[in-house]
Design a protein around this ligand. Sequence first.
Ligand code: URA
Length: 241
Amino acid sequence: MQLDKLLQSQGFGSRKHCQQLIRQGQVKINDEIITDSKFKTVTTSLKFTVFQEEYQYREKVYLAIYKPQHYECSHQPQQHHSIFDLLSDQLISRGVQTIGRLDQDTTGLLLLTDDGQFLHQLTHPKKHVNKYYVIETTEDITPEQIEQLQCGVNLHQEKGVFATQDIEVLNHRQCRMAIDQGIYHQVKRMFAAVGNHVVQLHRDQIGSLKLSDLPLQEGEWCYLNEAEIRAASAPHKLQDF
Ligand code: URA
């Protein structure tokens, strides 16, 4: 690939800006400064340096972030910080999008990508990818509520019924629940529908990818490797539930 196009594809700005970086001697490949924008290089396993910092060429990026409270999954947050404030300018200019959204007060595993197909795979309800939440409520979680959540509940102005794929009670006011859709405020609305109220929500797993298996503290992000990308998009087996 031609060097100016390559830098542009990796989020280093417009083609013109990338050409300037190259001309100014800010770009190195194999420890050698390249000043010709039209220089062609293979991209497989390519590492390159811009302003002394090393980068790996990635055709698409897949990121996990440990979302803290008081961050909104929007480029134009209304009242809080934006989740995109936690990423580099280079990743933002690649056009990474969040895969679904978490509320500002929800913490935990959030994925981002610039791969449209992958985004579709994880968000389409027909793909049956489970998202697991640890939920704390104001009232005790009763066996009747569990049964209702398993059978499915109606939600105001939404078609169909919404059921959990898997639910485990952790204590009187805490449970872990999986859903394979992702409509607005779904978990909070499902609990409201059965007469309870969610006070704390934390997503700890998507597909078979667990937040605890990633090297992340709150507010940090990392690239996902191929096995982690596969794990995140693993559908659940419908017959298990
Ligand atoms: N369901 C909710 O109610 N909120 C979230 O952030 C995620 C799922």
